[in-house]
Design a protein around this ligand. Structure first.
Ligand SMILES: [Zn+2]
Length: 108
């Protein structure tokens, strides 16, 4: 009974005994769907705990790179909006001029 291909283990989640399938000696939970789900959740949680830094802390050189990119984007966009406003102001002025001219013509 105690040979490698026919081991019995306690499920880590529900505590029931279960028979290990051959080559599955690392298995920690039984074949209950709920236990498998629970184990997966646990693994995800552990992974997140371990890799907290992966999401929060970034190496300073990456942050610096990002900040630089942000700065660049901002200055470029500032210019872009300035240009846009200038262009549209000219267009708007032209429109007003045309409008006034037309009004003058119809009046007289
Ligand atoms: Zn179980």
């Amino acid at each position: 009974m105690n040979n490698k291909n026919n081991k019995i283990k306690y499920c880590k989640i529900c505590g029931n005994l279960f028979k290990l399938k051959p080559k599955a000696y690392k298995r920690l939970v039984c074949y209950n769907e709920n236990c498998i789900k629970e184990l997966r959740k646990e693994r995800t949680r552990q992974w997140r705990q371990k890799n907290k830094d992966y999401f929060t802390k970034k190496p300073s050189w990456i942050i610096e790179k990002w900040n630089e990119a942000k700065r660049k984007w901002r200055t470029e966009n500032k210019d872009y909006w300035k240009q846009w406003r200038k262009k549209n102001k000219e267009k708007y002025n032209e429109y007003i001029r045309n409008y006034r001219n037309r009004k003058r013509i119809t009046k007289s």
